[in-house]
Design a protein around this ligand. Structure first.
Ligand SMILES: NC(=O)c1ccc[n+]([C@@H]2O[C@H](COP(=O)([O-])OP(=O)(O)OC[C@H]3O[C@@H](n4cnc5c(N)ncnc54)[C@H](O)[C@@H]3O)[C@@H](O)[C@H]2O)c1
Length: 334
């Protein structure tokens, strides 16, 4: 197994550390964080794991072949680029970087060296997302009319990236993965209540060329923790509630049929309500699935499901949404 290092073991990075440590054991050779308190925590939890406060010591080590980056997004580009230029495979937490140009540069450099670049779009590793993709691909839901996602809670309030860049990568990545296409038009509005210029709540709408629409509501200023996605298809409808410990998915055999031979309006629109199915979804921690996928990809030299290009597709939507946000919701063509 290749030797790994992790940089950034804060609130989320410690989850990455837990998973990679349990899978890679001693092959996770080095953990780095700029905060000495965080390093102390790692030393207590993982005695024997070498630590450093200096990211360059990872870059300089020839025995380390892959780097996991769990620092705040503003640091992703520089750190990922340094690792790629040093010939290392890279896993970067979402969002990949904070601009489309930076994303393109990372992909180019990684491709030039045949290196693996993976972005932490954990939701595309969620067994429930995979279940929904099967339902869409098999045609069971019919034509997807629209999707409605909500990812809200109270805190953690960030002070560099807004709620759109912090939360929406999850929803955008699920939607693009499910539909396998890019939107043609993006509209986004939001407001900053807690810090000037950093939107706490953002409402984004993606329009696709076949008429499918997706609405994404993100906020860190909401009384409830909600992680929901509703998919309305012409044949069936589905609801994915990730805040539930069990029964995360409900498939509603409901639709509205339009008849050709109608005489009254009431007959024209016939509502069909059938069973509600709560499927058994494989129980697996999505983050563990994601970490395992990265380890498999770096061993077998295969492109990750959420590779750099996938990260870039999500970045392009975030970029369009940000432009629309800055223009008070003016639709932005992609
Ligand atoms: N996939 C998910 O569900 C999920 C959830 C939360 C956060 N995240 C992502 O994880 C990343 C980190 O978020 P967080 O909430 O853990 O942030 P955090 O601020 O809690 O932790 C970041 C850590 O990185 C360290 N750090 C910063 N710059 C560094 C550098 N140059 N060298 C070494 N260490 C450095 C900090 O000291 C800190 O310990 C972000 O990209 C965020 O979007 C993902």
């Amino acid at each position: 197994m290749k030797k790994l290092a992790i940089a950034g073991v804060g609130a989320w990075g410690r989850n990455l550390l837990r998973n990679f440590h349990s899978m890679a054991g001693d092959n996770l050779a080095l953990a780095c964080d700029g905060d000495p308190k965080r390093l102390e925590y790692i030393q207590q939890q993982y005695p024997g794991l070498e630590t450093t406060g200096d990211y360059n010591s990872i870059i300089k080590r020839d025995d380390i072949e892959a780097v996991i980056i769990g620092t705040p997004p503003a640091a992703h580009f520089e750190m990922a680029m340094a690792a790629i230029k040093a010939g290392k495979d890279v896993f970067v937490e979402k969002p990949l970087v904070l601009s489309v140009t930076e994303g393109e540069q990372l992909i180019e450099e990684a491709d030039k060296r045949n290196l693996i670049l993976m972005v932490g779009h954990v939701m595309v590793y969620h067994p429930a997302t995979l279940y929904l993709k099967e339902k869409i691909d098999s045609g069971e839901l019919g034509k997807v009319y629209y999707l409605c996602a909500s990812r809200v809670n109270l805190g953690k309030v960030r002070n560099i990236e807004n709620a759109l860049w912090s939360f929406a990568p999850h929803d955008i990545s699920i939607i693009l993965f499910l539909l396998q296409k890019q939107p043609v038009l993006v509209t986004s509005t939001g407001s900053s209540y807690l810090q000037r210029g950093i939107e706490d709540v953002v409402f984004t709408v993606l329009h696709f060329d076949d008429g499918t629409m997706a609405h994404i509501h993100v906020s860190w200023l909401d009384p409830r923790k909600d992680r929901k996605l509703v998919i309305v298809g012409s044949e069936k409808m589905a609801e994915f509630d990730d805040s539930q410990a069990a029964e995360k998915i409900r498939v509603y055999d409901k639709s509205v049929n339009t008849r050709q031979d109608y005489e009254t309006y009431g007959e024209y629109l016939a509502i069909r309500t059938g069973d509600i199915v709560i499927p058994q979804i494989r129980s697996a921690e999505p983050l563990a699935e994601e970490c395992r996928h990265f380890l498999d990809c770096i061993e077998t030299r295969t492109r990750p499901r959420s590779d750099g290009s996938e990260g870039l597709r999500v970045l392009k939507v975030l970029d369009a949404a940000q432009k629309s946000l800055e223009q008070n919701g003016t639709p932005v063509k992609m």
